[in-house]
Ligand binder design. Structure first.
Ligand SMILES: Nc1ncnc2c1ncn2[C@@H]1O[C@H](COP(=O)(O)OP(=O)(O)OP(=O)(O)O)[C@@H](O)[C@H]1O
Ligand SMILES: [Mg+2]
Length: 361
């Protein structure tokens, strides 16, 4: 890294942490830490720690230090950040970088302080906070400095941030503690309730990625009707893809496998999808009329890993009546946004244009 590039953009997510330096993504790992309980030592961070999820020996705790997008455990968050910042600055270990980091929309002052302190403790010199939907919008290529409004829905692992933006800031928005993890839990609950099968978190996530589907309004009944008639699924309805799922029998405790269909998974996910749709509708209801008129043309941009759920853009579009499109590379929008903000700060045009970036230290 050159002398002038020693600045980092960070997306500290509930599920994944990404770091960019000099315009490149240099860290992209799960936000997971493995700790030896008896000594309190960090054994592994990131992908190596995530590999232990659900299969760690009794003396090892595998934890996600963030919950619903905010710091749940300050000490472990600082350790996680310190590890990734060291990884990003490499041989320039003594150098203290300037950092732009995303915070959840409407994060409280206590939550902002916790993130700032963790970044400083991890070795940063200067910290700027940006609300994640703003970073996501910039990373997705929305022209948020315009007076014309745009809308972004960032569906992460622990949160969904919905924001209407114009003139570099958020006009109205909302953040709900619902995202990819809630989808996994919905699948887990469905397997237990309907199939008497206990599956692990990782299995549930895998099912979501392979079979996951967001139903359009009025979906389940129609979809089941189609399946019964043996017809091909019409556009926007789930096909009858099935997957064999292994776990433990709820009653006997013995290993067991069942077949799950895409329609079943879609039904399991429907309540979570409905919460996301309601959050978007609620924000649209509070959007000023002039801006709402803009959105009829600009539509909604979807970012975050959760937005890659099968059929989600189409289901949201059918529910709210605005064009919904998936951003290019939805998982990296926030970090790419922080990286662009760094460039603006360096060009020092920034802080007047970006009223949504706050210097925190
Ligand atoms: N193809 C896919 N289909 C459905 N979900 C997916 C897919 N790929 C990734 N995900 C989900 O995306 C989530 C992670 O997304 P992301 O990295 O944007 O979250 P995060 O930024 O860590 O969380 P947050 O923003 O809530 O703090 C996980 O729950 C993961 O299961
Ligand atoms: Mg995120």
């Amino acid at each position: 890294m050159g002398l002038f590039n020693r600045a980092l953009g960070i997306d500290l997510g509930t599920v994944n942490t990404l770091v960019s330096a000099g315009g490149n993504i240099v860290v992209n790992e799960p936000s997971v830490v493995a700790i030896e309980r008896s000594t309190g030592q960090v054994l592994a961070v990131g992908a190596a720690a995530a590999a232990m999820l659900g299969r760690a020996p009794a003396d090892i705790d595998v934890i996600r230090p963030l919950r619903a997008g905010v710091v749940a455990d300050y000490g472990w968050t600082a350790k996680l950040l310190s590890h990734f910042i060291q990884q990003a600055v490499g041989r320039h270990r003594l150098f203290k970088p300037r950092v732009v980091i995303g915070v959840a929309y409407q994060a409280t002052s206590v939550e902002r302080r916790a993130i700032t302190e963790a970044v400083l403790a991890a070795g940063a010199r200067e910290v700027y906070l940006v609300e994640e939907p703003v970073a996501a919008a910039i990373g997705a290529g929305l022209t948020i400095h315009d007076s014309v409004g745009g809308m972004v829905v960032d569906i992460g692992g622990g949160t969904t941030g919905v924001a209407v933006l114009a003139l570099g800031g958020i006009i109205t928005g909302r953040s709900i503690p619902v995202g990819g993890i809630a989808m996994d839990e919905a699948i887990l609950d469905y397997c237990r309730r309907e199939c008497r099968l206990i599956v692990g978190e990782r299995t549930a996530e895998e099912i979501k990625m392979n079979l996951g589907w967001a139903l359009c309004p009025g979906g389940p009944a129609q979809a089941e009707g189609n399946a019964r008639e043996g017809g091909r699924a019409p556009e926007g309805q789930p096909d009858e893809l099935v997957q064999r799922v292994s776990g433990r029998d709820l009653l006997t405790g013995l290993p067991k496998a069942v077949e799950l269909s895409r329609t079943q998974v879609a039904r399991a996910l429907a309540p979570v999808v409905a919460q996301i749709v309601q959050a978007v509708q609620a924000v649209l209801e509070t959007t000023p009329a002039e801006v709402a008129a803009d959105l009829a043309h600009t539509g909604i941009c979807l970012t975050g890993g959760g937005s890659m759920l099968g059929n989600l853009p189409a289901a949201l579009q059918a529910s709210v009546g605005l064009e919904c499109r998936l951003a290019a590379d939805p998982l990296t929008c926030v970090v790419r946004g922080t990286s662009q903000i760094l460039q603006e700060i360096r060009a020092s045009r920034s802080l007047t244009v970006l009223n949504s970036v706050q210097r925190a230290s």
